[in-house]
Write a protein that binds this ligand. Structure first.
Ligand SMILES: [Zn+2]
Length: 279
């Protein structure tokens, strides 16, 4: 029985039944850690009311896999882009393959793309080049952008400022930066994605007061799973792999930071995501 299996993995204390359906706007379900039990992961998500998942595509291979998953499972959608870590791969051939992926009905955003000057796995120059090309693809396709930015807020704002009139909408996913950067993004009429980073008492404290500064029609929620397992879970999780079924714990924390109910936070972020990704 599928339902019996669904509840086996998560300890009772981690099971959560929110009253409103939720949208996880950043789930790396093509990650190898989901290779064995993806079906059960999706069932658990649905049992936890996480009825919609945007599967992040970070290069041609993973974006193609994300599209296949979206074709196979109702409630799943895909993004297609080249992550800044892999920006050194960018060339005309990849640009063409990306444009073809963006034409697929399952693809709801261009990305994950952007700038990561924290690790510089690709040089800043390569990152800017690949990001600029993907800004152009977003302008061409009319799709919203799914952006990654780490330690590159200033340059990101400059580049987006230059393109802002040409692109429809953009979300800075897994926002972890400071107040000034946040206001810079909000001034550019961008959306903000928040993850379980907010539940991290070591490095997420500065984000808590900022939750009140983000208008609810610009705020969306995501797990960024299998990464960033929230640190506020009431019990330990074997394997420490994050998954979409745990999104309600992040929504609970965000609601507390903002001083509203979980139901209100859930409903607002879901509505924002549906409008943003045109679901
Ligand atoms: Zn990212």
């Amino acid at each position: 029985m599928a339902t019996a299996y669904v509840d086996e993995f998560l300890p009772d204390a981690l099971q959560f039944r929110p009253s409103t359906p939720l949208v996880d706007i950043g789930a790396n379900l093509t990650h190898e850690s989901f290779g064995r039990d993806l079906e059960a992961v999706i069932q658990r998500a649905q049992a936890a009311q996480v009825t919609t998942m945007i599967v992040t595509g970070t290069d041609i291979e993973h974006a193609s896999q994300a599209v296949s998953l979206a074709q196979r499972y109702p409630g799943l959608y895909a993004t297609a882009g080249i992550h800044p870590h892999d920006a050194s791969q960018w060339n005309n051939d990849i640009a063409e393959q990306m444009a073809a992926l963006h034409a697929a009905p399952e693809v709801v955003a261009v990305g994950e793309c952007g700038l990561d000057f924290n690790r510089n796995f690709s040089t800043p120059q390569q990152q800017e080049q690949a990001f600029e090309a993907q800004l152009a693809l977003a302008a061409e396709s009319g799709l919203p952008l799914f952006i990654h930015e780490r330690d590159a807020g200033q340059r990101m704002r400059e580049m987006l400022h230059a393109w802002r009139d040409d692109i429809s909408q953009a979300v800075v996913h897994c926002f972890t930066a400071d107040r000034d950067t946040l206001f810079g993004y909000l001034d550019l009429d961008l959306h903000i994605g928040l993850t379980g980073w907010i539940c991290d008492e070591r490095r997420g404290q500065h984000l808590r007061p900022l939750v009140r500064e983000i208008p609810l029609d610009r705020l969306m929620v995501e797990t960024d799973c299998p990464y960033l397992l929230p640190r506020n879970l009431p019990t330990k999780l074997k394997g420490r792999r994050h998954e979409p079924a745990l999104l309600p714990w992040i929504v609970r924390e965000l609601a507390e930071c903002r001083g509203i109910s979980e139901a209100e936070m859930g409903a607002a972020t879901t509505q924002t995501a549906q409008q943003f990704f045109r679901l």
